[in-house]
Design a protein around this ligand. Sequence first.
Ligand SMILES: Cc1cc2nc3c(=O)[nH]c(=O)nc-3n(C[C@H](O)[C@H](O)[C@H](O)COP(=O)(O)OP(=O)(O)OC[C@H]3O[C@@H](n4cnc5c(N)ncnc54)[C@H](O)[C@@H]3O)c2cc1C
Length: 409
Amino acid sequence: MAEAKVTVYGAYWCPDCRRSKRFLGEQFIPYQWVDIEQDKVGEAFVLQKNNGKRTIPMILFEDGSFLVEPSNAELAKKLGLKTEAKKIYYDLIIIGGGPAGLTAAIYAAREGAETLLIERSGLGGQAGITVGLDNFPGFPEGIGGQEFAERITQQARRFGVEILQAQDVEKLMMEEGYQEVYTSDGRHYHSRAVLIAAEASYRRLEVPGEDDFIGAGIHFCATCDGPFYKGAKEIVVVGGGNSAVEEGLHLTNFAEKVILLARGDKLSASQFAIDKVNEPASHIEVKYNTAVDAYEGQDSKLKTMKTRNLKTGQTEEIHPAAAFIFIGQQPNTGFLKNYLEMDKYGFIRTGHDFVHDKDGKAHVEALAFETSIPGVFAAGDVRYSSTKQVASAVGEGAAAAISIRDFFA
Ligand SMILES: Cc1cc2nc3c(=O)[nH]c(=O)nc-3n(C[C@H](O)[C@H](O)[C@H](O)COP(=O)(O)OP(=O)(O)OC[C@H]3O[C@@H](n4cnc5c(N)ncnc54)[C@H](O)[C@@H]3O)c2cc1C
């Protein structure tokens, strides 16, 4: 893990501390957490810096400067994240800086298209929070997700892609033949074409107590939050697919034991991963046919998970140090509702089935990766029928950029 350059002083019961920690985590900024309820030296430091007040979160930076109770926008500014674009008009605006968006940006900018990429969270997308990529061609020993994200971002910058961070695209509309892209800071930018390469976000269990303990015992990213549980006795992982199994295996680096709660009576991960779980020294116990009914806490921190065996109805209470949830994702396309055609889950439909009007008369088949709106393209995990892998997201990003070139022509 990268060395922490930021220290967050706070307390487990403080919602603003959780917000700040979440923001730093989303931006892939390594930070050290000091709970001033537990750490008397930390508490004294906060009192000293705040004129005797116990105001938290207090965030200390490498250069010795600090912010007290900062908003996310203040934090972004302090961290030097670029949140405002240089111009208001671009050839291409890309929404999402995961493998698909960054690859498309490399292709488009390299061919001279003025390209703005807007990312709300950490660059690299889901690939950036993955422990390691073992199946991306060209890296025989595998590559760390964070390193992969840094490399692809560096390559995009090399070709002049302008990148905004900590900005959420909230609305997209067409105005006089141009796309208008609205960001969370109230600004908007225009472009000839847009590529949507937004992600699918983590699905939650939607059971009582969940909202209360997210970031305070309930997590969705083992790479980001696993190290906080170094030396823990037990961690629970919820899910039975590839992500749950792989991340569960990774979490055994921190906890003495990982309990995997699978709803079904078998795991649906790759055989390779299942074999690893079944190794006698894996430190993973699998509980099949098990659902989580509720989370309960103490002092605003997760303490208990109430589970139920779906076959026998038998209930149980477990007291893990943390629960990591890996039960799939849902597309983040709410901001496109009523604009584009999507499937019932919100994945964006693209391709030749759509027929577009050109110049008000001629009907033309949509280009590959083009959506129901001419000039708006989609690639990667957010696209209906995509295969949700880094290699395919990269391939879709490249192919979409070539279609966008045809659209410009
Ligand atoms: C834990 C885990 C392990 C994985 N392991 C592997 C693996 O080993 N091998 C493999 O091939 N794949 C793996 N995957 C899957 C792989 O990471 C994804 O398929 C791939 O990252 C998809 O790329 P993408 O660019 O389409 O989307 P993403 O990587 O999801 O990137 C989309 C980006 O869009 C941003 N965004 C979304 N909405 C907005 C908005 N409105 N405004 C601005 N930005 C927005 C998001 O913040 C995100 O950064 C793993 C995924 C996870 C979660």
